[in-house]
Design a protein around this ligand. Structure first.
Ligand SMILES: [Zn+2]
Length: 374
């Protein structure tokens, strides 16, 4: 069994101390794979003077050169033959400026236990049938957005009786239809089954505001949950003040804050980050987060703001082992009352794109030439 498989099958998603060595071994195995099968990646590592075999301890991870996420918007780097690619997911960008990330069967097979273990830890797996309100995209075969797929995927954590979508596909495009969702929600609230929301915090807020304007107050059945998630960027581009949202959820839906669960992930780094009851995004055993100085890219100690660098050995079809985002964040190491001991990430916003563009252009130059890129 590969080290990656062992890591992703580990049943305790926050057992960092018990999996430290396994994580480093899995990253080394993953980097060796990409180095051998992606010519562009190999050239970049060589140009940086980095040898995958030199990855021995967790502190070596900061020497692994990260690829800027912008690079994946313009280049298709592949470490698997085309026939082994079973799925492609895209980020939710405007036309032409999104990342396309390929999955092989091995990555999907490892992603599944990760989702199940993380969901079980937050008590989201349930045999009790529920009605779903999806404040996001209704699946459509032309829609490859990771966010649409994860929203749909989340409706399998508890058996679905019915699903109602806020973004309907009509005449070749998506249109929001909150009236449709509100009608379903009102009907669901009268049934004896729990209701689960899943979707963008912004749409959840729009729906609640509409309820408020109309004086609609519902008391959702016991065990109902509000799951908030979307793209990584949602967490600071949306103008929703979280405490305000929690208060509206309690007042208009009768759901307590402890039943409001938030997720995030990124298409270039498909790890499921789920908040704890104190709404902290602890780093699970499947990944590491480094914060780097905006100018020097040196790794910074916890508590200092900088660029977010994400590391995971999940993907074997694309060399996204270590990616540098254009997001600013802080890693907190202070203890959290929830009992999880791994640090948690706070996202602050984005840096000016200019610096990162330069960085991406530099990497693209290194990766350029024949082989590895299309
Ligand atoms: Zn916590």
């Amino acid at each position: 069994m590969s080290q990656r498989t062992r890591l992703f099958r580990h049943t305790r998603p926050y057992d960092t101390d018990g999996t430290r060595e396994l994580f480093v071994q899995a990253v080394r195995e993953n980097v060796l794979h990409h180095d051998a099968h992606c010519e562009g990646y190999h050239r970049m590592l060589a140009a940086c003077g980095f040898s995958p075999r030199s990855l021995q301890t967790e502190s070596d991870l900061e020497r692994l050169p990260p690829l800027p996420t912008l690079l994946f918007k313009h280049h298709r780097l592949i470490s698997r033959p085309e026939h082994r690619i079973v799925l492609e997911a895209t980020s939710s960008g405007t036309k032409g400026s999104f990342s396309r990330i390929a999955f092989d069967l091995g990555s999907l097979a490892c992603g599944t236990p990760m989702v199940l273990h993380t969901a079980a830890h937050r008590r989201l797996l349930s045999p009790r049938p529920v009605n779903y309100i999806i404040l996001g995209y209704k699946p459509h075969r032309g829609n490859r957005m990771a966010v649409a797929r994860t929203a749909f995927g989340s409706t399998f954590l508890a058996p679905a009786l019915h699903r109602s979508y806020a973004l309907q596909y009509r005449d070749g495009g998506y249109v929001p239809d909150l009236e449709h969702v509100l009608a379903h929600l009102t009907a669901y609230s009268r049934l004896p089954f729990p209701v689960r929301f899943m979707g963008f915090p912004s749409y959840t807020y729009f729906l609640l505001r509409r309820m408020e304007e109309r004086g609609v107050r519902l008391m959702l059945p016991k065990h109902s949950k509000i799951m908030l998630g979307g793209g990584w960027k949602e967490f600071y581009t949306q103008q929703v003040d979280k405490p305000v949202l929690y208060e509206m959820i309690r007042r208009l839906l009768g759901v307590e804050e402890s039943h409001v669960i938030e997720f995030f992930g990124a298409v270039e780094h498909p790890i499921l980050y789920c908040d704890c009851p104190y709404h902290h995004f602890h780093i699970p055993i499947y990944s590491r987060v480094l914060i780097r100085d905006v100018h020097t890219l040196e790794a910074l100690p916890p508590g200092q703001p900088g660029l977010v660098n994400l590391i995971t050995p999940l993907m074997t079809a694309v060399p996204v082992t270590s990616i540098l985002t254009d997001d600013l964040g802080i890693l907190h190491e202070e203890p959290c009352p929830c009992g999880i001991r791994s640090p948690y990430l706070e996202l602050l916003g984005r840096v000016g794109l200019q610096d990162i563009r330069t960085c991406a252009a530099g990497a693209a130059q290194l990766l350029g030439g024949e082989g590895g890129l299309t």
